[in-house]
Design a protein around this ligand. Structure first.
Ligand code: GDP
Ligand code: MN
Length: 386
C-alpha cells in the first residue's frame, strides 16, 4: 500500500526526522490561507501515488498567498501519470544547498534490506543510477541483525557526504531505518534529503510503501487506505470492464495471457529479452473471443504500447478458435500494432497456419522465449523504465 507524501512526512516526523512543516489543501482557497499562515515562500506539491511529480509540473514555488492560490489552482485537477490530483501539500519552502537521496528497500537477490545513499539526489536520480551508478552507495543490512552504526558511516563515506553533516545525517538514517522496520515498509525514501543553505539537514519529500501482508498489525496505517487510490485511470477503466489488469506506465509491450502465473512469467521473459512490459492482463481461464478483444482494447488505451505479446496455454482450449478470434478482432481494434501470439495446445498447427496466412502483422510463436524475442525484434526495446 502506498501512502501520500504528507502522510509519510507525519510518520517520519513521529520518528524524530526533521522535515519542513506543511498542511494539506483540497482547494486553492485553502492553499492560500495555509500560505498566509506560513507567511513566507511556500512550495505547493501534488499529492498522488506516483513519483516524478516535479518533472510533471506538480511541484511549484509560490512567493505569497495569491501566488499560492494560483499555483494550487494549476496543480489541483492535474493528471500526473494517470492520477488526478485532488489535494496538494502547502509547505514552508526551503533554500536548497544540496539534494541527497536516502532510501531503504528490500533486495530480494540478497535476502536483505538495502540502504541506498547518494549525494546526487533529486529529480534525476534514475538517470544517475543508469549512467553513473558509482555515485550511489548501497549497503546490505541483515534484517535479523539490524542496521549497525558502522554501516551508516560506510554509506556516508562511500557516498562522499561532507563530514560536517555526518552527525545529523547519520541520525536521520538511523531513524529512517526504525520507521522502515516499525511500519513494515517495503520502501522508505527521502528524495531529496536536503542540506539547506544554512546547513540544516531536512527531509523535504517522503515516499513510503507498506507491505500489504503486514497491514493487519499496522492498524493506524490501515486507516490511510483509500479505495482505488492505487489505481490509475487505465486500471480504473479496466476494472469497470471486469478485467484483471495492472498498468506499468512507461513500458512499450502489451502483455496478455490466460492465468496469472503464466502472465507474470511472460512479463519476466519479455523483460529478459530486453523489452519493457506495459501491463499485466489475465484473460482468465478460458480465452474467449470477446474476452480477448476486450482485453486488447484495454491494453491499447496506453499510447506507449507499440506491440502486444499474447501467451495462451491452450490445454483443451481449441487454439485455432483463439487464433481465428484474434484475426477477426484485429481490424476492429482502435490501433493496429504488431501482435505476437504464442499458442500451445489443441490444434496448434492449424492456429499457426491461420496466423501465417492472415495477411496481418500477427506472428505465431511456438514458445514463450521465441515470442518474447519476436515482439522485442518487431518494436525495439523501448524505455528502460517499467
Ligand atoms: P518528486 O518530483 O515527486 O520527487 O517531488 P519532490 O518533492 O522531490 O520535488 C521535486 C523537486 O522540487 C525537488 O527535487 C526540489 O528540487 C524541488 N523542491 C521541492 N521542495 C522545494 C523547496 O522547498 N524549495 C525549493 N527551492 N525547491 C524545492
Ligand atoms: Mn522526490
Amino acid at each position: 500500500m502506498k501512502i501520500h507524501e504528507y502522510q509519510a512526512r507525519d510518520l517520519l516526523a513521529s520518528y524524530g526526522i526533521p522535515t519542513n512543516s506543511g498542511q494539506v489543501a483540497r482547494t486553492p482557497e485553502e492553499a492560500k490561507s495555509i500560505a498566509a499562515g506560513i507567511g513566507k515562500q511556500v512550495v505547493i506539491k501534488a499529492q498522488v501515488h506516483t513519483g516524478g511529480r516535479g518533472k510533471a509540473g506538480g511541484v511549484k514555488l509560490a512567493g505569497n498567498p495569491d501566488e499560492a492560490f494560483e499555483k494550487a489552482s494549476a496543480i489541483l485537477g492535474m493528471d500526473i501519470k494517470g492520477f488526478t490530483v485532488d489535494r496538494v501539500l502547502v509547505a514552508d519552502a526551503v533554500d536548497i544547498g544540496q539534494e541527497i537521496y536516502l532510501g531503504f528497500t528490500i533486495s530480494r537477490d540478497d535476502a536483505s534490506i538495502v540502504l541506498i545513499l547518494s549525494a546526487a539526489g533529486g529529480v534525476d536520480i534514475e538517470e544517475v543510477a543508469a549512467s553513473t551508478p558509482e555515485k550511489i552507495a548501497k549497503v546490505l543490512i541483515d534484517p535479523t541483525v539490524g542496521l549497525q552504526p558502522f554501516q551508516i558511516r560506510q554509506a556516508m563515506f562511500e557516498a562522499k557526504i561532507d563530514k560536517q553533516y555526518h552527525k545529523a545525517m547519520g541520525d536521520i538514517i538511523r531513524k529512517l531505518y526504525s520507521a522502515y522496520v516499525g511500519s513494515d515498509a517495503e520502501l522508505a525514501e527521502i528524495n531529496p534529503l536536503c542540506i539547506t543553505t544554512d546547513g540544516q539537514v531536512l527531509a523535504i519529500d517522503a515516499k513510503m510503501t507498506i507491505d500489504d501482508n503486514a497491514l493487519y498489525r499496522q492498524t493506524e496505517l490501515l486507516g490511510l487506505r483509500e479505495a482505488g487510490a492505487d489505481m490509475d485511470e487505465y486500471e480504473k477503466l479496466a476494472k469497470e470492464e471486469g478485467l484483471t489488469y495492472v498498468h506499468l506506465p512507461g513500458g512499450n509491450v502489451g502483455i496478455a495471457g490466460n492465468g496469472a502465473g503464466l502472465v507474470m512469467t511472460t512479463m519476466d521473459v519479455v523483460k529478459r529479452a530486453g523489452g519493457s512490459p506495459n501491463n499485466f492482463l489475465d484473460f482468465g481461464g478460458s480465452a474467449t473471443q470477446e474476452g480477448v478483444e476486450k482485453g486488447l482494447r484495454a491494453i491499447l488505451r496506453d499510447p506507449d504500447v507499440q506491440g502486444i505479446f499474447i501467451n495462451v496455454f491452450g490445454g483443451i482450449t481449441r487454439t485455432d478458435v483463439v487464433a481465428k478470434g484474434i484475426v477477426e478482432a484485429y481490424d476492429t481494434l482502435p490501433r493496429q500494432v504488431p501482435i505476437v501470439i504464442r499458442l500451445t495446445g489443441t490444434r496448434e498447427e492449424i492456429a499457426k497456419e491461420i496466423l501465417d496466412n492472415c495477411g496481418k502483422p500477427l506472428v505465431f510463436a511456438a514458445s514463450m522465449w521465441e515470442g518474447a524475442q519476436k515482439i522485442v525484434e518487431l518494436i525495439g526495446k523501448g524505455a528502460a523504465g517499467a
